[in-house]
Design a protein around this ligand. Structure first.
Ligand SMILES: Cc1cc2nc3c(=O)[nH]c(=O)nc-3n(C[C@H](O)[C@H](O)[C@H](O)COP(=O)(O)OP(=O)(O)OC[C@H]3O[C@@H](n4cnc5c(N)ncnc54)[C@H](O)[C@@H]3O)c2cc1C
Ligand SMILES: Cc1cc2nc3c(=O)[nH]c(=O)nc-3n(C[C@H](O)[C@H](O)[C@H](O)COP(=O)(O)O)c2cc1C
Length: 607
């Protein structure tokens, strides 16, 4: 007998009421509600005292000895660490509240006693989107003096960016300036996050234990802000081997050949039997492998034997395997460059790491890979030192281009193949090439990275405006599929752009069909190089400013996905639209957009 489907958790009427309740709630309201519901689920304890750990003010001397952990995270790393830290601190006896930065009630900062901040740096030294408000507050003039506060900051970043861990650094310095005492030194974690995060977390847990001992927690009255979600069977550390079902070109041959000469491809993978679930707006993480030819090139450049065993941190593997699966060969890092410059005795190379070498360093990181450095600046490396100095492999994220309601067990991606030449030799991006060279039936290690800040409106009658040029269109394919299958009545408006109509109109037929079937209300196209002057999505947005503003005023949600630079240009265009059509000052327009962002009605996913 076929299994009967699990009953829906809510009746239609309840779902309708929930939509009414949540629609328009800002981040802190939604988090409050989630804590409240979690409390109800745990028993009756919180019924009469809703979600104290999320909303109850910490009130100076009478407060429970709460340790507050706040995270700001764009792609999930800081969130994962903060959740782990909260669990470990609780196990050590502390009463903990864990908050995403946009749920942090800033008025409570002055009454905090112990605060840990785990935060990444994004964009070009910017805060993650969920932490913009908190970082502005702490940096700003309204931040209170904090003589009673003890704090510690863990910054996450990538040392190949010029402003490495900038936001962690800024918050750490500012909290000290406000009179708070640093419990221990800030951690600046590079992409091999654990080497810095693990010892930092150990110190943080020790300090939490001391706090718990000094003033035992009234655990009956303090509940963690949010129960930790049950661990899925597959995640970043335990990826699922998904079968590649299909892959084909989206951009036609003969398109623009930039110095990076990229073509865009559509991939379909199977999640069958994984139990993995995704929502429109989520990303798929992929653990890539370097191509064997590149690994061989590195071995040849250094005269090393790929079969020799290398031990590192209790792992023994042949050197070839370390280089293929476990180390970055396509992205350089500061520590590797420093070590190589020393081995090569190359002072000019070492000078790039000085502050005035910043621009040249950024260019080198952008243009060269490990093999280029080895070929241009020869040096001796032994196998063990090489493995220890190279950066551990990190997964790459791709916006999911399908709705699970539509695609079932499949998951679709839209990927630009990064390829270019250095000294006449072909170079590829690790993950985009890993996908490009995979063939149907291959299995690729993947996991789902949820993105709670990039979600369709809970209210299906709301309009949405989507700006997604290039591969930025990927999540909007998922959005439109989802809204079609759920019968959402709100209007869907897409701004898409790319160099040429003929070669680069990604998913052209699908958009035309969606327009015909009423699943897309309108599409505005910016093919930048099809006319004498360049036209981009931000120009189209300004052209349509009156209608864009009218829809925002009616409650539309606005989404942007794609390149960082485009995201900044669209932000500026949107401010202009609000100034012009809302008859507001520039400052009011900034406030207007900030409010939309807080309400989850202006969401960005830029990379
Ligand atoms: C949340 C999120 C969502 C994303 N969604 C998508 C998506 O839907 N589709 C998509 O194609 N990508 C997406 N990306 C980017 C993706 O994760 C990879 O960064 C990209 O594919 C390059 O990775 P790679 O391993 O191929 O290149 P790497 O091995 O990381 O880089 C190799 C070299 O190429 C350079 N390089 C890297 N990327 C580019 C680029 N785009 N243009 C020029 N040079 C480059 C690097 O500086 C480096 O020197 C997303 C990123 C994030 C954070
Ligand atoms: C688009 C983008 C921009 C980034 N910019 C910076 C930067 O300016 N400085 C830095 O140190 N790290 C930068 N990073 C690296 C992230 O901080 C790093 O990947 C971190 O582990 C992400 O943590 P999260 O997942 O919690 O956001 C950037 C990452 C991305 C994807």
């Amino acid at each position: 007998m076929p299994a009967s489907p699990a009953p829906a958790p809510l009746t239609d009427q309840q779902a309708g009421l929930l939509n009414q309740l949540t629609d328009g709630l800002d981040g802190s309201g939604l988090w409050w509600l989630s804590g409240y519901a979690a409390g109800l689920a745990r028993g009756q304890a919180l019924v009469t005292r809703p979600a104290p750990a999320i909303a109850a003010p910490v009130t100076g001397a009478t407060a429970s000895p709460t340790l507050t952990i706040v995270y700001g995270s764009q792609t999930g790393n800081a969130k994962r660490l903060a959740e782990k830290l909260a669990a470990q601190s609780e196990a050590a006896g502390a009463s903990v509240r864990l908050l995403r930065a946009d749920a942090y009630p800033t008025r409570e900062l002055k009454d905090e006693r112990q605060l840990y901040i785990v935060i990444s740096t994004q964009g070009e030294g910017d805060p993650p989107d969920d932490a913009i408000g908190l970082v502005d507050f702490i940096r700003g003039r309204r931040a209170p003096k904090l003589p009673e506060l003890k704090f510690a900051v863990l910054g996450l970043g990538d040392s190949s960016y010029p402003q490495f861990c900038e936001i962690g650094r800024v918050l750490d310095a500012r909290l000290a300036e406000l009179g708070a005492s640093r419990l221990f030194e800030r951690g600046d974690a590079d992409l091999d996050i654990d080497s810095v995060a693990t010892p930092w977390m150990a110190r943080a847990v020790e300090a939490a234990k001391a706090l718990a001992k000094a003033s035992p927690a009234r655990s009956a009255t303090v509940t963690p802000l949010r129960p930790l979600p049950a661990a899925p069977a597959f995640d970043r550390d335990r990826p699922f081997d998904a079968e590649l079902l299909a892959g084909h070109a989206l951009s036609a041959p003969g398109g623009l050949r930039t110095p990076r000469g990229r073509d865009v491809r559509h991939f379909e993978l199977s999640l069958e039997d994984s139990g993995l679930h995704y929502e429109p707006g989520d990303a798929l993480g992929i653990w890539p492998r370097n191509p064997p030819a590149l690994v061989q090139g590195v071995l040849d450049a250094l005269g090393l034997d790929g079969d020799q065993a290398v031990d590192l941190a209790d792992e023994t593997r042949p050197l070839r395997e370390w280089l293929g699966d476990k180390r970055e060969l396509t992205r350089l890092s500061r520590p590797f460059l420093a070590a190589h410059a020393e081995r090569a005795g190359d002072a000019a190379l070492g000078a790039l790491l000085e502050p005035d070498g910043r621009d040249a360093l950024a260019r080198l990181f952008d243009e060269q890979q490990v093999i280029d450095l080895l070929q241009r600046h020869p040096a001796q490396w032994d196998a063990a030192s090489l493995v220890a100095a190279l950066r551990p492999m990190t997964p790459r994220l791709y916006s999911i281009a399908s709705s699970q309601k539509h695609a079932g067990d499949e998951i679709h991606l839209t990927v630009a193949h990064v390829e270019y030449a250095v000294d006449g030799q072909s170079r590829w991006g690790c993950a985009s090439n890993f996908l490009a060279r995979a063939t149907e039936g291959d299995r690729l290690p993947v996991y789902v990275e949820a993105n709670e800040r990039f979600r369709l409106p809970a209210d299906p009658t709301r309009d949405i405006i989507m700006v997604g040029p290039g591969t930025g269109v990927a999540p909007f394919r998922a959005f439109v599929q989802e809204r079609a299958i759920t019968g959402a009545s709100g209007r869907n408006w897409l701004f898409f752009g790319n160099p040429h109509f003929r070669t680069d109109f990604l998913y052209q037929l699908e958009w035309q069909r969606a327009l015909r079937d009423g699943h897309l209300d309108r599409i505005d196209l910016a093919f930048s190089r099809d006319q004498a002057h360049k036209v981009y999505v931000q120009h189209k947005l300004r052209d349509q400013g009156r209608e864009v503003y009218a829809r925002l005023e009616e409650g539309a949600h606005f989404y942007v996905c794609g390149a960082i630079g485009m995201g900044k240009d669209v932000h500026a265009a949107l401010l202009d639209v609000i100034v012009e059509h809302g008859a507001r000052s520039a400052e009011d327009a900034e406030d207007y957009l900030a409010r939309l962002q807080q309400q989850g009605r202006y969401a960005r996913d830029v990379y």
